[in-house]
Design a protein around this ligand. Sequence first.
Ligand code: TK8
Length: 377
Amino acid sequence: MRSTPFRRRALPASFILASMLTVTACGGGFGGDEEEGGDNGGDGATGTAGASGPDLSEPPEIEGEVISDGESYEIKYGIGLAEDSPQALSVDYFADILDERSDGRITVSLFPNSQVGDDLQMMNNLQSGTLEMTMPSTSPATSIVPELQLFDLPFLFPTPEEADAVLDGEIGQSMLDSFEGSGIKGLAFAENGYRQLTNSQHAVSSPEDVQGLDIRVMENPIQVSIWETLGANPTSMAFGEVFSALEQGVVDGQENPWSTILTSRFNEVQDYASETRHVYSPFIIMIGEEFYNGLSEEDQQLIQEAAEQSRDYQRQISREMDTYSKEQLASQGMEVTELSEEELAAFQEATQPVYEQWRDEIGGDLIDSVQEELGQR
Ligand code: TK8
């Protein structure tokens, strides 16, 4: 199992420190009770050095034909998340596959932490040719392929495996094909994950608790609708601006998967988290269309295969890191509220109006066919 820093670079100190703390389960959900030393670092630390970090699987052995003939070139790959996120680790694997199977011709340079722009800017950079690849969430990409709004619907996918089946099946492929002519080629879907709510004001276990909270949401109208329907005040904002907006109190909260909350250090500026799992977010692995069309057929095939292999690995370690991240956040002092089935049902019921509100825009037939595939109709 992977527990060493990726061979290209050591994991940042924040991640190593976090993985040195033992996980302390506080009774009745995860609490940051100071007396119990629930905070991290300092004298109150309950952690002891030596505890293992996230026990992530090693990437699969690289197999397949080596294509030595052809041009040498660099793929600049921008992402929004940190270098220790499952997203970044999967790009490292993608880079290894291309390096080995192109006999060193293709090099991948990773730019994490929104260094070369946020999701929308990086998609624009693919279209203009200043960046070759990126991996945004589907939500900001709905401005190019509106059908992707399907994946913004709350509580659509009960399990990640059911999401995989839709994303990797005909419906997902049709959406990837819909990028044709936009200056972007969609290669595959990967996993951002189930979104959880964090905030700086108070614990949240019911829709009533959300009333009046200023929540940052992705740049997408359905995400705005979800939180308006819950009685919050949503603000659309690029991911790269979220940490400072939380730190300055511009917004009270945000929502993202556990591993993003941990690796983007949101727990340094957020005291409360609630396991709402209100939306399952996919990522899209995408490449500049003009860049891709200029490659040899062999390299196009190689990049497609490497994208799908990095997708599979990314999903695997994203799921391995999910519970670990939640436990780390609690052991570092965040008050993590796990919701009962009844409490989750209350959130699902409270957000149901979003389906009717957006049915025509998304496509009633599309929603019905996915819900039939999921046995929800
Ligand atoms: C990272 C984003 C992020 C997304 C968001 O580029 O904006 O909250 O969940 O992961 O795509």
